[in-house]
Design a protein around this ligand. Sequence first.
Ligand code: SIN
Length: 292
Amino acid sequence: MIKDQDLAGFQHISVARLSPSVGAEITDVDLARPLSDGELQEIRTALGLFGVIFLRGQEISPADQLRFAKAFGEININRFFQPVEGFPEIANVQRQPDERGATGWYWHTDHSYDQVPAMGSVFAAREIPPVGGDTLFAGMAAAYEALSGGLKAVLEGLEAWHADTVCPEVANPNVGAAFADRLPGLDTAGVRAKHPVVIRHPISARKVLYVNSGFTEGIDGWAPAESKALLDFLYAHATQPQFTYRHRWQQGDVAFWDNRATWHCALDDCFGYRRVLHRITIEGEPLKAACT
Ligand code: SIN
């Protein structure tokens, strides 16, 4: 759990927790201008501590969003989504009123199938339905910390395989067909990687559970039924309400989530409305096992 003293060290930004386990709101920051080193450093610290941070009322252009994201690393050009016109680095996460299904409607963390998974994404709300279209986040440090010592010891010795072919849009061609316009790059899927089941978070140094229902194939060296039983337990455990935060989007919201520390899930409940958010994904660094 995040403690009150974790909030005391911020000098350049104001930080307020949104739930005990995950999420914080940052105020006193205007992303339409270049940020100072102090602001950027503290935003990075807040990201590590809270897993996802939100800045509201931001009036920013795609170029402003890109400048902010670039301050945290190289940009990952997304293979699956349509880009925003003129900005190949920005994925257009959009849904038309008559389109069925939300992209990413299942709990997942982006890019876990890559050898070096992306560190996180900067997500800007451009057009938000009057109701529905919220995003859920779950905190993987809090979820891990709540496990028993016995299970933690087992998990820390394990590795898991992740693949982009596991997600429903790729695994089920009928599902994929429904998303063909929004995810034109689905046929590029076929990437796998193995990662520790519990990692040491690169920013916060906390131990973090690193499997997810969207992309994890199975535990290395375990039979499929054994692996499924363990993963199903972890998925049910980590998505208990006390480890989650539900974000109701408003126009002008900007979220920055850390893929190593959180899962997210887009609610599929805004049929009849247009929903548009712009996502920039930032490259990460090699993951280290918690026990190293
Ligand atoms: C995503 O999974 O990256 C998109 C989440 C959302 O649309 O809320």
